[in-house]
Ligand binder design. Structure first.
Ligand code: TRH
Length: 382
């Protein structure tokens, strides 16, 4: 399916907005044969995920995607593509909307929404909303159930995951490239989270637990608290700190593709936000989600909605243990007990994570769903 698509990304904070849009743009280009222009208003957020990023280029090609620095001037005079996606309700420039409306055949205009497992999502997915310029904008919702837009999943993702998970030598070589020497017999755990008052309790539980744990922490917002707990004033990537049965290692923040590999290598992944949360599900390993906090606690409903879906098929003790851990982490208290309660369920949770990944992979992926939506819009217009 040839053609030109525009994706607009305003970086609100963190890496989720750019993480999702880069991934989508890359996949559309690679698998749907679409020429994608990704408009980014802050290239500094893109660089850690895709290190070849130039911070000063107005236009550059990265991983098969044309990346444009989005400013009022850079958009002006540009002819819109056949499909225009605004990510997460970012506001398109008025001049660009006018250019869209002036096309002989105006583009398909989509707003890509945040991911949620809540019930109402399927009912709102793909609904149009008339705009003052005379065009309609469609709301495209990713999701975990029939009737939603699905999840981002590259065509070869699960095969690449399975290959790495089945190959000890390849895993060891990858971890060594990150500066990690796997400890024999230890559980490998990755940690990516916002600041979390529950961290110390969790670290204590791992340090005092029965199982050895090797904790790998890419640089980020949790680092200051990690330092406090370790009693050190600075941390350099690569350094290792043993504490009881726990060994902590700080890693450099890595490109997106390597972060996937890290998740595949670990026995348990603590993730956050939206994109790493989905990637940990594709890793098919048990996970812990630090959800992005919303005003008036709206994120708790999102958390519970996901848990309700996710625990289906688990025994009651395992469902309770996992839900308890997730709630403790997001409440910032009770991690010690919650972590202990999870231990007897380890094998069941590992099996379940694999089943969940397979179940989700049975749905069409988000990029394919978008491409189909576009093709259908053409036949409706014809
Ligand atoms: O960075 P985030 O907290 O992003 C958040 C959420 O998307 C949230 O919903 C949104 O409202 C807010 O941003 C604005 O978490 P997320 O979504 O997991 O994005 C992190 C990205 O960083 C993801 O693409 C994975 C990537 N990553 C790497 O590439 N390398 C790394 O070393 C790590 C730790 C992450």
């Amino acid at each position: 399916m040839a053609g030109q698509w525009d994706i607009f990304c305003a970086v609100v904070d963190n890496y989720g907005d750019i993480g999702v849009t880069l991934r989508l743009a890359r996949q559309l280009a690679a698998e749907q044969s679409v020429a994608v222009r990704l408009w980014v208003d802050d290239l500094r957020a893109l660089q850690p995920l895709s290190p070849a990023t130039s911070l000063t280029a107005a236009q550059q090609w990265l991983e098969g995607v044309e990346v444009r620095a989005w400013t009022a001037e850079s958009v002006s005079g540009v002819e819109p593509g056949e499909v225009v996606i605004e990510a997460f309700a970012c506001e398109l420039p008025a001049t660009f909307i006018a250019a869209m409306a002036a096309q002989p055949r105006p583009p398909l205009w989509l707003n890509l929404e945040y991911l949620s497992a809540e019930d109402w999502v399927a009912g709102c997915h793909a609904l149009p909303s008339p705009q003052p310029c005379g065009l309609r904008k469609f709301f495209f919702f990713p999701g975990f159930t029939e009737g939603t837009g699905g999840l981002l999943r590259e065509g070869d993702l699960l095969a690449r995951r399975d290959a790495l998970q089945a190959d000890v030598a390849a895993r060891t070589a990858f971890l060594e490239r990150l500066g990690v020497r796997p400890l024999a017999g230890a559980r490998l755990v990755s940690l990516f989270a916002y600041e979390n008052a529950g961290l110390a309790e969790w670290l204590e539980a791992m340090a005092g637990g029965d199982e050895a744990v090797q904790l790998l922490v890419p640089q980020g917002r949790i680092q200051a608290q990690l330092q406090d707990w370790l009693g050190v004033t600075a941390m350099q990537p690569g350094q290792v700190w043993p504490r009881g049965r726990l060994q902590v290692q700080l890693l450099s923040f890595m490109p997106q593709a390597d972060y996937d590999r890290l998740l595949w290598c670990c026995d348990f992944n603590a993730v956050r936000g939206e994109d790493s949360f989905v990637r940990a599900q594709w890793a098919a390993r048990p996970l812990l989600w630090h959800i992005y906090q919303q005003e008036e606690g709206a994120h708790w409903e999102k958390l519970d909605a996901f848990l309700q879906l996710y625990v289906e098929g688990l025994s009651e003790p395992a469902a309770l243990a996992l839900s308890g851990l997730w709630r403790a982490w997001n409440a910032g208290q009770g991690m010690g007990l919650a972590w202990q309660s999870l231990q007897p369920c380890w094998a069941e949770l590992a099996e379940h994570a694999r089943r969940w990944s397979a179940r989700q992979a049975a749905y069409p992926d988000l990029a394919a769903a978008l491409a189909l939506f576009y093709r259908n819009s053409l036949s409706c217009a014809a």
